[in-house]
Every structure is written in structure tokens, then in C-alpha cells.
Design a protein around this ligand. Structure first.
Ligand code: GDP
Length: 332
């Protein structure tokens, strides 16, 4: 059902994407998700055709463990933004789908109203792709959403290891959604993840959970103050706030803070510098992946690897000598 149609060419899709057509955007993302070589060529042509349209969305990474309220948050937050006339795209980076083939993020049924909003676009994580593939697809999907004129792109992931780093690396702002904790435990958040966060939102600050949520906010605020000051932060950031996605409390304030932070970074050059660094990073990652793919798929390269591997194993050649010969055959 999701296979790219033969008519999905750059010439056909690019103008429709630039005109903000959601169906064309969905087809284009299907195209960038495809691993077929001819589709890849069409995807690259498409990315080139939509180019750098001079449109810039605010890319917000959002991470949190299952059950913390991500979909509820995205639904309420997204609807608040579309009501303000903004166009909102939601993409998901779902590490579990790489194993199970199922998708728990970006599922439209989890965001019932937002998914029906004409100013919103929701796309689940592709299934059965390795994390590197998900990263590339998401990065390219972000570029396509931006070309289609979306103002805010929410990139959702679950709070497990690598995927958070990936999302933080492709976002302008990285938000951690947390649950109220009992006592003063900090829910075992890894220091590295705290260091990536621009804002910690403690969700479910409503009803019986409110006092615990307020204590948790204070705990995180304290923990954030202990971190080394980063040059990309104005005074008071990163910060912790209480929200209730269910009751729409604190989301307007959170959005205000996100904009204040983004504006400060734009004015000080940190925003552009971070994007430039990200672009360089992705370029390098893409080259590395391409090289690895060539080693695995190119019959000549594979044969050469086998032959050299055999001479290393047989003691005729030192590993480093064989490796440099191999690299030389690749022309690098
Ligand atoms: P996700 O797995 O992170 O996407 O979490 P969900 O959005 O599916 O929410 C998990 C559960 O927490 C659901 O039962 C929600 O109704 C509930 N929930 C989400 N946000 C809030 C909130 O702000 N307050 C309260 N009390 N419950 C919430």
C-alpha cells in the first residue's frame, strides 16, 4: 500500500510539495523511505528539486518514556499551534519498530483530533528499518516538511538511548517530557540526556499528581542548574516547567519559552551555527553509510574484501596493509 507509485517523480512531486499539498508530501516521504536503488535516485532528485526554498520550520525534538503522555501532549500542543494558524508536522523516530516491525509512535489514532486537522501532518516511523535508515528518512522527511511550508516540526521519540541522541541531533530544540516522580528521585535520567535537553516538561501536573509534579519540577530545575553552562543558552536555560497535556495547562507558557529560546539563538547566531553543524554531520554520516553500503552490495568490492580477508587470515598480509589496499581500490 505504501509503495511509491511510478508517477512519483521529482518533476511531479516537487511543485506539489512546494505548494503544500499533503498527499504529495506523504508520497514523497514514502519515496525517501524506500530502499530500492531507483527510488533512492528519485528521492535524491526530489530533495534537490525542493532544494533550499528559504523556508525554515522550528524543529522540536520531543522524547519521553512510553506512558509519559507524548501523544496527549502532541495532540494538545499541536492543536494549540494550528489554532494560531501554524502548520504542524509530526514525525516519529521509533527504535522499537526496527525490531518488532510495529509502530508505537506517530500513530494517528493516538492523536485523533490533530490527525484530522488540515493544518497538521502526522507520519509514523517506518517499520523494519535499522536506526541509521530511520535517521536518514527522518532527516529527509524534515526537509520535505520544511519545503511544504510547515512552521513547526515535532520529532517524537521514546526515551531509550540512541534514538534520543539522533533526534536531538536533528532538532533545533530538544524537549524531555517527564512524569511526576515520588520523593526526590530523578527517574534515573542519564546525565547525557539531561545535557541534551533545552527544556524539561513535567507532565500530568493536574489533580492528585500536581504536588508531586511541582516537586519534580523543582528537582529537575536544581539538577539542570548543576550542569555546565552551554554557550547556546541564555540566562535561565535549560529550564524545567510543569504542564498538563490532558488539561491544557502550561502549554502556552512552554511554547512561549521555546520561542524565546529559539529567538535568542537566532539573534546570537547559535541557531544557524547548530544547523550548519548538523548539516555537516549528516553529510559525513551519509558518506560513511554510502561507503559501507558499497562494501556490502558492490560485488567487486565484496570479492576484493574476501580475497584480502583470506590473505590476512592466511598470514600473507598484515591487516593494516590489506586495509589500505582495500581503501585504495575504493578510490579513497
Ligand atoms: P505516550 O505513551 O507517551 O504517548 O503517552 P500517552 O499520551 O498515550 O498517555 C499515557 C496515559 O497518560 C494516558 O492514559 C493519558 O490519558 C495519560 N495522560 C497523558 N497526559 C496526561 C496529563 O497531562 N495528565 C494526566 N493526569 N494524565 C495524562
Amino acid at each position: 500500500m505504501n509503495a511509491p507509485a511510478p508517477r512519483d517523480t521529482a518533476e511531479d512531486l516537487a511543485p506539489r510539495i512546494l505548494a503544500g499539498e499533503r498527499r504529495a508530501l506523504a508520497r514523497a516521504i514514502t519515496l525517501v523511505e524506500s530502499i530500492r536503488t531507483d527510488h533512492r535516485a528519485a528521492a535524491v532528485a526530489l530533495l534537490e528539486a525542493v532544494g533550499q526554498p528559504g523556508r525554515q520550520a522550528l524543529r522540536i525534538g520531543l522524547s519521553g518514556t512510553p506512558g509519559v503522555g507524548k501523544s496527549t501532549f502532541i495532540e494538545t500542543f499541536g492543536l494549540m499551534l494550528t489554532k494560531q494558524g501554524l502548520k504542524v508536522a509530526v514525525l516519529a523516530v521509533d527504535p522499537s519498530s526496527t525490531r518488532s516491525g510495529g509502530s508505537i509512535l506517530g500513530d494517528k489514532t493516538r492523536m485523533e483530533f490533530l490527525s484530522r486537522d488540515p493544518n497538521a501532518f502526522i507520519r509514523p516511523s517506518p517499520s523494519q528499518t535499522h536506526l541509521g535508515g530511520v535517521a536518514r528518512r527522518t532527516r529527509e522527511a524534515v526537509a520535505l516538511c520544511e519545503a511544504a511550508g510547515f512552521d513547526v516540526i515535532l520529532i517524537e521519540t521514546v526515551g531509550v538511548g540512541q534514538s534520543e541522541t539522533l533526534v536531538a541531533e536533528m532538532a533545533d530544540l530538544f524537549i524531555l517530557l517527564m512524569a511526576p516522580a515520588g520523593g526526590d528521585e530523578l527517574q534515573g535520567v542519564k546525565r547525557g540526556i539531561m545535557e541534551m535537553a533545552d527544556m524539561i516538561l513535567v507532565n500530568k501536573a493536574d489533580g492528585d499528581l500536581k504536588p508531586a509534579a511541582m516537586r519534580t519540577v523543582a528537582d529537575y530545575a536544581g539538577a539542570l542548574r548543576l550542569l555546565r553552562k552551554r554557550p547556546q543558552d541564555p540566562e535561565g536555560f535549560p529550564k524545567a516547567l510543569a504542564v498538563s497535556a490532558l488539561e491544557d495547562q502550561g502549554l502556552a507558557k512552554a511554547w512561549e519559552e521555546m520561542q524565546a529560546l529559539a529567538n535568542w539563538r537566532r539573534e546570537t547566531g547559535h541557531f544557524a551555527a547548530r544547523r550548519a553543524e548538523q548539516a555537516r554531520h549528516w553529510f559525513e554520516a551519509e558518506v560513511r553509510e554510502g561507503l559501507l553500503a558499497r562494501l556490502e552490495t558492490d560485488p567487486e568490492a565484496r570479492a576484493r574484501m574476501r580475497a584480502l580477508g583470506a590473505s590476512v587470515a592466511g598470514g600473507q598480509k598484515a591487516a593494516s596493509v590489506a586495509a589500505s589496499e582495500m581503501l585504495a581500490t575504493l578510490g579513497i
